[in-house]
Design a protein around this ligand. Sequence first.
Ligand SMILES: NC(=O)c1ccc[n+]([C@@H]2O[C@H](COP(=O)([O-])OP(=O)(O)OC[C@H]3O[C@@H](n4cnc5c(N)ncnc54)[C@H](OP(=O)(O)O)[C@@H]3O)[C@@H](O)[C@H]2O)c1
Length: 296
Amino acid sequence: MRVLVTGAQGQVGHELLQRVPDGFVVFGYGSRELDISNAEQIRTVFDAIKPELVINAAAYTAVDKAETDVELAYAVNSDGVGYLASASENLGIPLLHISTDYVFSGNGEKAYTPDDATNPTGVYGLSKLAGEKQLLERCTRHLVLRTSWVFGAHGNNFVKTMLRLGGDRDTLSVVSDQRGGPTSAGSIADTLWALASIFQRDGRLAWGVYHYSGFPDCSWHEFAKEIFTQAAGLGLLEKPPYVSAIMTAQYPTPAKRPAWSVLDCQKLEDAHGLLSKNWVQELQMVLLQLKTSRSA
Ligand SMILES: NC(=O)c1ccc[n+]([C@@H]2O[C@H](COP(=O)([O-])OP(=O)(O)OC[C@H]3O[C@@H](n4cnc5c(N)ncnc54)[C@H](OP(=O)(O)O)[C@@H]3O)[C@@H](O)[C@H]2O)c1
């Protein structure tokens, strides 16, 4: 099966290309080879490779910058998804798409299910929700996988930021009043490939919107402490810094962060038999990967 992966150089895109299962031929396009906000470029690439399935890992992900870069955020996260959806519909092929916990307000108290009401508070979340709507309206064979707090050995993320800061400082302050599920980019890629494999085998999937994130839920403060404990254990840091817990109000950012980002992933298990991963174990694998690449 011929698969087009967009955003191939991002965290998830990179892992998708590293983990291609047997039976798939993958065409990975970074933003320079295929700008998804350009409908003409999409047509040219579709004509050239004739994909049988598309995985969209491309997105405008600069949450704070999006507040002032509104046009570009929408061009990529909404229009771009719409163009991919229409091109996929023309060929009658599925489009697997990644979305985010930021489509919710973050005011919840129990894990969000895919059917819960959306209500983004910033431009990034609004643009991603607009992209979901474009996909659902334009492409029959659609699957939206919402995820949260993505980390991996490749690209920029909280784990790598903590390692960098932890190497320079004795103490750090991290917010403790935002909760979510850290999710490894590798586990998202594996999940998308598992979905593609089901489609390849059965010729169909239970189309719709799903949640996929790591468990158990935690605060950024708890996540940071676990990163430092594991990193020190692996010799990636000389000693873990002291991590003090602060409130979101003490760490102002241009875009409001959801206080509650916990996603209920049951629907994905019920419909496709796919389970969430324990992020503590996934973190161990990512840190081992970073250690190997540092000593290489
Ligand atoms: N990171 C998170 O914590 C998080 C949380 C929840 C959901 N998500 C979602 O997960 C998905 C993957 O995110 P990620 O963490 O892998 O993000 P990422 O590392 O920022 O990767 C996104 C990729 O998209 C590319 N891109 C940007 N504009 C593009 C365009 N116009 N055309 C084609 N490619 C373009 C970027 O390329 P350039 O770098 O060259 O611009 C980048 O390589 C996204 O849908 C994101 O919204 C992420």
